[in-house]
Write a protein that binds this ligand. Structure first.
Ligand SMILES: C[S@@+](CC[C@H](N)C(=O)[O-])C[C@H]1O[C@@H](n2cnc3c(N)ncnc32)[C@H](O)[C@@H]1O
Length: 432
């Protein structure tokens, strides 16, 4: 496995590896190191005299990679992990530090039986940040809002390897489960979300006829809660205002039928290319009008022209750390504030496009207050033409536990054992 200048390779680099065991191992190493970075640093620091922050970033990441294999993985022999680390150090032109890398990792390997995590119950910010390996600023934020015990639970959830979640078309889940089982997978049904199936082991799934024939769409289960809100009322002229690769666009089409075209807008050409590929695979290409547009500038739509709008807003993605462990290290408090500002602007723009009596769903894969409830409270205070539609008028049964005190949809990892998600349902009053 190669390591780039800034550190470990990102997901796109891993995609270029041949499918199979190499890719699976690269994936495990990448995700494991991202997941346990702070704890790995705690172990490494015990055997390095100078602060780790003084090391070149690439050498520090090589050490983390080696330490992860030594401490967390059983099937890679210690000598192989250490030799690779030394080779990588040389390959990255730090030959002068290869002896140091070798020595540090050998010492860790020798002391493995005596390595113990910090002896704390994880009460303070620093203790939780180290023991559960999350950035200090985020732990601080969550403790203030949820308390230490819930923060630990969020971190524990984020540190578990998540199963791959799939969405099936309405009423096809049983058949899909049977077909998955027939080709050797072990699908698990989602007891609360009727479209969702989970696979702990999904190797080879993307080569199957089930995937290529458009019977399953990889989609986090929490995110499968959003399209039903969009389709909760009249939906004759819907807009998916930030459609990305189209997970929710396709879901909306499945719910309203192919006769109603969905306008799908995004600012990124590559997202619209992915949308096209997904729509072809799903067999609904003719039900989508893709529009390449920066909605924050001059949307090429008439005011009040849509009767249903989804704004699945660009956000910090902090509800998805379990699926994307690398994300926790490149988000900042400033970024959350910046995203919240951008979301308010987009919300203002798309709300102008909604017809009287129409419904707008604002959603984020984040449960941070600034990106969720605070934005909606601000919007409703500024826009008297809009009112909130309580989501408990739509969701039923066990899903009622996802309704927040403000009557929005709020999925919290420590409460629901799912990725964090938020959605508010707003309606433009008739005659406004
Ligand atoms: C959370 S993602 C959408 C994911 C998508 N709904 C799905 O389920 O697959 C947010 C999307 O907003 C798009 N976006 C960000 N700023 C935008 C803007 N100013 N105008 C239009 N789209 C924008 C991003 O390119 C990104 O694809």
């Amino acid at each position: 496995m190669r390591v780039n200048r800034a550190g470990l390779n990102g997901p796109s680099e891993r995609q270029r590896l041949p499918a199979g065991r190499d890719r699976a191992l690269a994936n495990e190493l990448f995700r494991g190191v991202c997941r346990w970075r702070n704890l790995l640093d705690y172990y490494l620091q015990q055997f390095c005299r100078s602060p780790l922050s003084k090391l070149p970033p690439v050498v520090l990441n090589i050490l983390r990679l080696g330490a992860y294999q030594l401490v967390f993985l059983q099937r890679i022999p210690d000598y192989a992990a250490i030799d690779q680390a030394v080779l990588m150090t040389r390959a990255h032109k730090f030959a002068g530090l290869s002896g140091f890398v070798n020595g540090t990792l050998r010492t860790i390997a020798r002391n493995k039986p005596n390595l113990t995590p910090p002896q704390s119950r994880g009460e303070t910010v620093d203790e939780i940040a180290t023991l559960y390996s999350h950035p200090v600023w985020l732990v601080e934020r969550w403790i203030k809002r949820f308390g230490a015990a819930n923060t630990r639970d969020i971190c524990v959830f984020n540190n578990q390897e998540s199963a791959l979640s799939l969405r099936c078309r309405p009423n096809e889940r049983e058949v899909v489960m049977e077909e998955l089982a027939a080709i050797g997978f072990l699908p698990q049904v989602d007891e609360e979300i009727s479209s969702a199936v989970h696979l702990v082991q999904a190797s080879g799934l993307f080569e199957t006829a089930l995937f290529n024939g458009g019977k399953i769409y990889p989609q986090d289960a929490s995110s499968q809660l959003i399209a039903p809100l969009v389709c909760s009322a009249q939906c004759r002229c819907p807009l998916d205002a930030a459609c990305g690769p189209g997970g929710k666009t396709l879901h909306i089409i499945d719910l309203i039928g192919e006769g109603v075209p969905v306008v799908a807008a995004d600012v990124q050409p590559h997202e619209l290319r992915r949308l096209h590929e997904n729509a072809v695979r799903w067999g609904v290409r003719n039900s989508i009008y893709p529009v390449l547009v920066d909605l924050s500038r001059h949307p090429p739509f008439s005011p009040r022209m849509f009767d249903a709008i989804l704004l699945d807003a660009p956000c910090s993605g902090l509800g998805m750390i379990g699926r994307h462990p690398e994300s926790k290290w490149n988000r900042t408090e400033e970024l959350v504030a910046l995203m919240a500002k951008k979301q308010r602007h987009l919300l203002g723009v798309v709300s102008e496009l909604l017809a009287p009596g129409g419904r707008l769903v604002y959603s984020t894969c984040s449960f941070e207050l600034d990106e969720t409830e605070e934005n909606i409270r601000w919007f409703l205070a500024e826009n008297s033409a809009f009112q909130r539609v309580p989501v408990d008028s739509i969701v039923q049964g066990r899903l009622l536990s996802y309704v927040s005190p403000d009557s929005d949809l709020l999925v919290l990892p420590h409460l629901h054992q799912r990725s964090g998600y938020y959605a508010a349902l707003l309606e433009r009053r008739k005659g406004c």
